[in-house]
Structures are given as structure tokens and as C-alpha cells.
Design a protein around this ligand. Structure first.
Ligand SMILES: Cc1ncc(C[n+]2csc(CCOP(=O)(O)OP(=O)(O)O)c2C)c(N)n1
Ligand code: SF4
Ligand SMILES: [Mg+2]
Length: 339
């Protein structure tokens, strides 16, 4: 008969890695994929399953990380994995977690905590699958992690604009022209902040960047170990969509954080913590100018001084005026007399 612990949401004990030298040597996402040279999303997949370990099921939405990782008769996945429809990472996570629980309860499977991770791209997560992710984050009785790898476009279908594409970027849907230079005039969606603020049953939400690999893996381990549904948003430089030399991927990830464009934080049981260099910035470390990040990428090559200045002003605003720098855009000071 099944052990009751499983039905009380037992998770694996996943202690944080104590540094790069302490990482396990085993790989669960190995050779056999066809992602572009310098693809940070592929690195995210590799780090994600290294962090979770072998007793993990991975579910992947359509996108680069599905298509490039499942060439006929060849796959880099060493753990069991399944494709799911573009907008279905949330449903796949919840359904799999519930299915495993039911099979264990009926005695049809050995009772053990199995990690369930569903990944999606920004198109699949921040746009198309948002409602399913939201629904999953309300079901506290099922353990799962949804990881959104954000390359800031619908990359697999040739770099269309998504709700996660940054202001002004050149995509196939927003090519700069001589009459109108900036076609995409919207600020990027605040996905992790939105999900953390609106899902009281979700115990853990974090933003990560693979340039800070050990920190990223430890966030994955925390998300899996804490129990219930959790969410991680990863910013992933994409040489093809962002138009830069693949050797710059790691550096661009660092610059996204150092310029303050990508704040790294976690929300654990309702408590927000900035971490790594984002914490240092909040404590007074100077942010690098956004131009150092933007001008290394062809998708911003059409930017004039005025555009760079506008982008800088918006990032400054996040850090100076938002309730939590770069995280919660609620302002305290708009109406006199109100907190
Ligand atoms: C319902 C649906 N609409 C459109 C497509 C075509 N399609 C396949 S991959 C993809 C891009 C997905 O973008 P994203 O989720 O950001 O992942 P990325 O390709 O960037 O890795 C699209 C539009 C699809 N597979 N299913
Ligand atoms: S287009 Fe971007 S996300 Fe897709 S495989 Fe290439 S580098 Fe990776
Ligand atoms: Mg994408």
C-alpha cells in the first residue's frame, strides 16, 4: 500500500549545491540536439536537469527547445520527456503530477517523489499558455515546476515578437523602417512578478539567468523541494534572434543583470529577496549603462541616442520608482493621502 507521505506532497530533498566544484558529473541533457551555437536556452535545459537529478520527468512545449531537441531518432534527453502543445505547459505539469499521484495511490507505481518539470518559451508561456500556468499555480496539492525559458521572441518560427520582447527590438514582426524606426513600443511583460503577486497558493517564484549557473540550479532545486506548484523565469540570450556573435552569450546574460534590465529575485512564501548582483545593485552598487548591453545586439542596431536614453530612463524608473526595484510596478506616491 502506498505511503501516506506521497499524498501529503512529499518532495525530493534537494539541498543547494555548495559551489561549482560540488556539482554532480552526470548529465541528463547531453549531446544530440541541434540548437544554434551559443544557445543559452539549451544550457538552461542542461542545468535544469542537472539540478533536478535522474528521478525527473520533463514536459516541453513546442518551440526551439522541443524542435531542436527531438530530431528523428535522436534526443539529448536522458530523463523521460514528453512534448506538449505550445500553450499547455501548465496543463501538462498539472496533469502529469496528478497522474503520478493517482498511479501511486492505486499501487500501480512505486511510491516515490518524482520531479515534474514543464518548460515553455516566452511565446508559449507569457502569451499563449498564461491561463494554464495560472491555473496550475492554484493547485497546491500537486508538485510541479514550470520553467519559462525566455529568448524574447517566438524564435523557432523565425523571431516573431512576443509579449516578452523588449522595447524597440527588431523582430520579423517589428522591422525598423525609414519612416518609422521603432515599431515595437511596448515594455516587456513582468511575468514572474505577475505570477508571484497573483497566486497565493504558489510558494516559490524566481527569476534566473544561466550566466549565474550555480545560483540558477539552486533556484531549480528550491522550487522542486518546496512543494506545490512553482515557477521560474529564465532570461536566455539567443544569438540568432538577438543577432550577436555566439561567443557573447554568457557576457550578455551578465550584462542584462549588471545593467539592471534583468533583476534576479525570488519570492518564497510571499517574501521577496533580490539576490546576486541584483541585490548588490539594490544596496547601492552602480548599474552599468543599458547601452553596454543593447549595442552588442543587432536587434537594437537601429537605436539612436534618443532611443538609448528612453530605454535607460525606463530601467532607472524600475529601480527608483517601483515598489520593489524592477519587480513590482505599484507606486506608493501617486495619490496624496494614500499609503
Ligand atoms: C497553437 C500553435 N500555434 C502556433 C504554432 C507554431 N509555433 C511553433 S513553435 C512557435 C514559437 C514558440 O515560441 P516560444 O514559445 O517563445 O519558444 P521559442 O521558439 O522561442 O523557443 C510557434 C509559433 C504551434 N506549434 N502551435
Ligand atoms: S534560435 Fe535562439 S533559442 Fe532557438 S536554438 Fe537558436 S539560439 Fe537557441
Ligand atoms: Mg521564445
Amino acid at each position: 500500500m502506498a505511503e501516506t507521505t506521497v499524498f501529503a506532497n512529499a518532495t525530493q530533498l534537494l539541498e543547494p549545491f555548495k559551489g561549482v566544484k560540488k556539482l554532480p558529473i552526470e548529465e541528463y541533457f547531453s549531446s544530440g540536439h541541434r540548437t544554434c551555437q551559443g544557445c543559452e536556452s539549451a544550457l538552461v535545459m542542461k542545468l535544469m536537469v542537472k539540478a533536478s537529478g535522474p528521478r525527473t520527468i520533463v514536459l516541453g512545449s513546442t518551440g526551439c527547445m522541443y524542435v531542436a531537441n527531438t530530431t528523428y531518432y535522436s534526443t539529448p534527453w536522458v530523463v523521460p520527456w514528453m512534448h506538449t502543445q505550445l500553450g499547455s505547459s501548465g496543463s501538462a505539469a498539472l496533469g502529469t503530477a496528478a497522474g503520478l499521484k493517482a498511479l501511486m495511490k492505486k499501487g500501480k507505481m512505486k511510491v516515490e517523489p518524482i520531479n515534474v518539470i514543464a518548460f515553455c518559451g516566452d511565446g508559449g508561456g507569457a502569451d499563449m499558455g498564461l491561463s494554464a500556468i495560472s491555473a496550475t499555480l492554484t493547485h497546491k496539492e500537486y508538485n510541479s515546476l514550470i520553467l519559462m525559458y525566455d529568448n524574447e521572441s517566438y524564435a523557432n518560427t523565425d523571431i516573431q515578437l512576443s509579449g516578452s520582447t523588449p522595447y524597440g527590438a527588431h523582430t520579423t514582426f517589428s522591422p525598423p523602417g525609414s519612416v518609422k524606426r521603432i515599431i515595437h513600443t511596448r515594455w516587456k511583460k513582468n511575468m514572474a512578478g505577475m505570477l508571484a503577486a497573483g497566486h497565493p497558493e504558489c510558494r516559490y517564484v524566481a527569476t534566473v539567468c544561466a550566466s549565474y549557473a550555480v545560483e540558477m540550479m539552486n533556484k531549480v532545486r528550491k522550487a522542486l523541494a518546496i512543494g506545490g506548484p512553482t515557477f521560474i523565469h529564465s532570461l536566455d540570450p539567443c544569438p540568432k534572434g538577438w543577432d550577436y556573435d555566439p561567443m557573447l552569450s554568457h557576457e550578455l546574460g551578465e550584462l542584462a543583470v549588471e545593467t539592471g534590465i534583468w533583476p534576479m529575485y525570488e519570492v518564497e512564501d510571499g517574501v521577496v529577496r533580490l539576490y546576486g548582483k541584483s541585490k548588490a545593485i539594490a544596496q547601492g552598487r552602480a548599474r552599468k549603462p543599458v547601452r553596454e548591453y543593447l549595442l552588442k545586439q543587432g536587434r537594437f542596431a537601429h537605436f539612436t541616442e534618443e532611443d538609448l536614453e528612453y530605454f535607460q530612463t525606463k530601467v532607472d524608473e524600475m529601480w527608483e520608482k517601483w515598489l520593489i526595484p524592477g519587480v513590482i510596478p505599484f507606486r506608493k506616491d501617486l495619490e496624496e493621502g494614500r499609503p
